[in-house]
Design a binder for this molecule. Structure first.
Ligand code: ADP
Ligand code: MG
Length: 321
């Protein structure tokens, strides 16, 4: 039986409940929940990918308004997005959670249901975790393990002058209608793209295009980029957001975070291939090019260039939640 949702959480009853939720284990899981470590198998020659992301009540979400299920769904999604950004196959996840002692088991169960709902969509096995309770807010940390394909991991560091910059979907305004709670990790898209073209560099857009593309430029030896203002796909949410705060939709597309689309850099030849014949159900938009001259610049319709400062999310600079 499931723990009483109203009663306080018992650690071991909760873990037992989580364990019983597990469906059939995939081949990559040799041993799941129940021992001191999980055991995973990886294909011969594959490299292991590891990523972790922590979400805190009051910073990344509000438990009171968002609900535990949505928090779990997002926490798993943002991690899967990082595996996608390397063009990897996500296999397994471990969850570390600090539960508020005052809330009942319902929060823990809701959280787990959300984690599972996202994990199941990508056949990711929940193989372990750590359960704590305290007199603080809900904190959940997800670690996802994945493996590379024969195309290898796509890093941030391979952009070269003359390459073109593509994104997989429209950007901006993820906060206004709660889309930031429902990330669509581009796992299948990344695998399809890396199978069809030689990707030089890739990143997932979590902090905002200006910041995240900036990471590619930095890691690629200080190259620069010019973005075409008219070519950047703008999400309808960015338009709604601009009506509220007066910033332009383009500003939101450039600087808002949590779109979780991919930003990839390829040769002009490969860009042609991907734009003319994108893999099935994958969208690609050409937004600009890599330049030898450092810095990020925006080209307006009249051809004039202006500098873009990274204004994406930074935990040490951005106040509030
Ligand atoms: P240990 O003390 O050896 O770390 P625990 O008692 O913390 O073991 O956990 C027992 C088992 O339950 C382990 O396999 C652990 O990975 C798993 N586990 C604990 N908490 C969670 C959780 N929140 N989600 C999934 N698995 C969990
Ligand atoms: Mg142990």
């Amino acid at each position: 039986v499931a723990p009483d949702p109203q009663s306080p959480v018992s650690e071991f009853a909760l873990i037992e409940w989580i364990r019983r939720q597990a469906s059939g284990k995939p081949d990559s899981t040799v041993l799941g929940i129940g021992d001191d470590c999980a055991i995973l198998g990886v294909a011969p020659g594959a490299e292991l990918l590891v990523t972790t992301d922590m979400l805190m009540d009051g910073r990344h979400f509000r438990l009171e308004t968002d609900g535990a299920e949505a928090v779990g769904y997002k926490a798993m999604g943002v991690n899967l997005s990082d595996i996608a950004a390397m063009a990897g196959i996500p296999r397994a996840a471990v969850i570390a959670v600090a539960l508020p002692r005052s809330t009942g088991a319902a929060v823990a169960q809701g959280l787990h249901a959300g984690l599972r709902r996202m994990a199941d969509r990508f056949e990711v096995d929940l193989v372990g975790g750590d359960t704590n309770a305290w007199d603080g807010p809900l904190v959940v940390s997800v670690t996802v393990l994945g493996e590379t394909t024969s195309h290898g991991a796509i890093r941030r560091s391979g952009a070269r002058a003359g390459d073109l910059i593509l994104v997989t979907g429209p950007l901006g305004g993820s906060l206004i209608h709660g889309r930031h709670l429902r990330p669509e990790p581009r796992v299948h898209e990344a695998l399809a793209l890396s199978g069809q073209a030689h990707l030089h560099a890739m990143i997932d857009l979590s902090d905002g295009l200006s910041s995240d593309l900036g990471h590619i430029l930095e890691e690629s030896g200080g190259v620069g980029a010019v973005l075409d203002a008219s070519a950047i796909p703008i999400h309808p949410d960015a338009v709604d957001q601009s009506r509220v705060d007066g910033l332009s939709p383009l500003d939101h597309a450039l600087h808002d975070g949590e779109d979780f689309e991919l930003c990839l850099v390829v040769s002009p030849q490969d860009a042609r291939v991907l734009l003319d014949r994108p893999p099935e159900s994958v969208k690609v938009f050409r937004i600009g090019e890599i330049t030898a001259e450092p810095g990020l610049r925006l080209r307006s319709a009249d051809g004039s260039l202006s500098t873009v400062e990274p204004r994406g999310f930074d935990h040490f600079r951005t106040p509030g939640a």
